[in-house]
Ligand binder design. Sequence first.
Ligand code: OOG
Ligand code: MG
Length: 257
Amino acid sequence: MIGPDIAGIAETLGTAADTATATAQLAVETGLDVDAAYAVQTALVQRRLDRGERLVGLKMGLTSKAKMAQVGVDEVIWGRLTDAMRVPDGGTVDVAEFIHPRVEPEVAFLLDRLPEPGEPIGDFTDAVRAVAPAIELIDSRYANFTFSLPDVIADNTSAGAFVIGPWSPVPDGLDNLGVLLEIDGRVAQVGSTAAILGDPRRALDEGIRLAGRHGVRLRSGWVFLAGAATAAVPLRAGAHVRAVVEKLGTASLRASL
Ligand code: OOG
Ligand code: MG
């Protein structure tokens, strides 16, 4: 049997992103399983690298129950981040470049010395140089923000853009810090870093393990997004968004009018 057309599916998703036009889900129709979906993701991100973007990190998805419930998929997934997706802290994004953007509060790690594949992380503070509050802008390329597990993996886990707040040294505990998402000064979501796999440090173990299955090794200097602590909120033109993480501070962005 001929397998799914990996390059063709990557082209469909890449064009949807480039033109900010939603596409239909395609996993069922093309027989895409999880492994083939990661192959599509690789090809989709390669399209970006071919036009000069650089890989700068990895993101985890669906590491919290709030997120799993919001999108109806209950497996932890991972995707790739490029330099073109990074927005400076306090910077502006143009909502017209996205289909139906949403924002969510995250915790970011700056990676340092990573263990060899298969080796457990000895000391978290050896593997992670610094931590920061972050905002991820997700934008599913599928109509109505609706997808299956292989669909969302193929779509680079809805990665759109991200903002990293100020880096701080790794604090003693990361497992129970309050998290707020504010839109225009009003609290839109409240949570705790405990929502992220019980402790966001676990997201790094999962990232190393799951990406390792597909031959991807995390690198020193990369950014790592541990996954949203709360459900995501639609980003409207003109909105001012702040993510606040206790002890770590604030990351913010604006959506242009
Ligand atoms: C999938 C990406 C999930 C997170 O932090 O859980 C994600 C989606 O919700 O569209 O980035
Ligand atoms: Mg996210």
